[in-house]
Design a protein around this ligand. Structure first.
Ligand SMILES: *Cc1c(COP(=O)(O)O)cnc(C)c1O
Length: 362
């Protein structure tokens, strides 16, 4: 079966000596290798104001804490995502308020978000689901008008662009994940990019128990308890090796995505997605809508190709029972969308095979 997700790991001839060197270097905790990877990642996304952390979940949690989100507050979010987007809001004690999606893309609908704003709204959580970029022209306007900050969960969207620039400097916080199945993995890891460099010092303390690493331990005084959310030198070394290959890996996702956009445009039973103005997806998963989805998935399976909606809508979990509300466009989207393989392991022959299977019908 051709899978939907698969970790890209740089060649062992390059990776193994780097891991061996750092493992036996005598310093495997957070150190120079972490700060080097941090600088390299900042250069890659075009924003030097970046901190690397243990996971994308840690990145989201720190962003929420920096906004002071806690019990009694509300954060507007989407059910169309992986669980950590919303479980991190829940662990702060704040209430998740669901907004509806645009039925054409599955991404949050700015008009619905606007309707859900109350005086308790502390943040808007945007997810660039499957690598597609939210309607940022509208969301930026909304954030400027209301003063409510945006957190971009870009776990699916490394390399996606808005106004020609890689996602990572538009909103106050942009949270990345380097978890095993993302476009770039460090096995586990994440990063937060900041639009306001003033946020970095506090975030850096929250990542390390609340301690200021620049001061000697005996001179430190924790004023706000933090977490053990830092990255270590081993993971960061893996990250540096991986990052050197990330441009070519991302190019494969993007080239396959564009190929499908063209090849599937007028195929009966398929609706391809029109991306928002000034946005360019990085196609972590290729997303489209199909008629009779169960039959489609079965046909693909018979051809040795995985097709799946992959994600379970978040609002149906019991932990979010008090937030439940009607989301008619989400219902519609959720019954129609599907992903097909699009990543670096899909070569030209495989993508042709996938398109011709779909063109034969189901
Ligand atoms: C993977 C993921 C995260 C969290 O990432 P981890 O690094 O696994 O903690 C957050 N949001 C979304 C949408 C994700 O897919």
């Amino acid at each position: 079966m051709i899978p939907l997700v698969k970790p890209y790991i740089a060649d062992r001839k390059e990776m193994m000596p780097a891991i061996e060197d750092i493992l036996y270097s005598g310093y495997i905790a957070e150190g120079e290798a972490v700060y080097k990877f941090e600088r390299e990642f900042g250069e890659f996304i075009g924003n030097p104001n970046v901190l690397v952390v243990q996971s994308g979940t840690a990145a989201l949690h720190i962003a929420l804490l920096l906004l002071g989100v806690g019990p009694g507050d509300e954060v507007i979010s989407t059910p169309m995502t992986a669980e950590p987007t919303n479980t991190t809001i829940a662990i702060t004690g704040a209430k998740v308020v669901w907004a509806d999606v645009d039925p054409a893309t599955g991404l949050l609908d700015p008009a619905s978000v606007r309707e859900k704003i109350t005086e308790r709204t502390k943040a808007i959580m945007l997810v660039h689901y499957a690598g597609m970029v939210c309607n940022m022209d509208e969301f930026n306007k909304l954030s400027q008008e209301t003063g409510i900050p945006i957190i971009e969960d870009t776990a699916h969207a490394l390399g996606s662009r808005y106004n020609g620039k890689m996602i990572g400097s538009n909103s106050r916080f942009t949270c990345f994940s380097f978890q095993a199945i993302k476009q770039m993995t460090t096995v586990d890891g994440g990063a937060i990019a900041f639009s306001n460099p003033d946020d970095i010092a506090e975030a850096r303390k929250l990542r390390w128990f609340g301690l200021d690493k620049k001061l000697p331990r005996l001179e430190n005084d924790i004023k706000r308890a933090g977490y053990k959310y830092g990255m270590n030198n081993v993971t960061a070394t893996i990250g540096s090796v991986q990052l050197a290959h990330t441009p070519e890996v991302l190019d494969k996702y993007i080239s396959n995505g564009k190929f499908y956009d063209n090849a599937l445009k007028n195929v009966p039973g398929v609706t391809t997605i029109d991306y928002y103005p000034h946005t360019e997806p990085s196609y972590w998963l290729y997303t489209m809508k199909v008629e009779r989805r169960d039959d489609f998935i079965k046909m693909m399976e018979e051809n040795g190709i995985t097709a799946s909606p992959l994600h379970h809508r978040s609002d149906t979990h019991s932990v979010f029972a008090e937030s439940r509300c009607e989301l008619p466009n989400m219902e519609k989207w959720y019954s129609e969308f599907v992903h097909i393989p699009c990543g670096w392991w899909v070569d030209e022959e495989v993508r042709e095979k996938i398109v011709s299977a779909i063109k034969k019908g189901w």
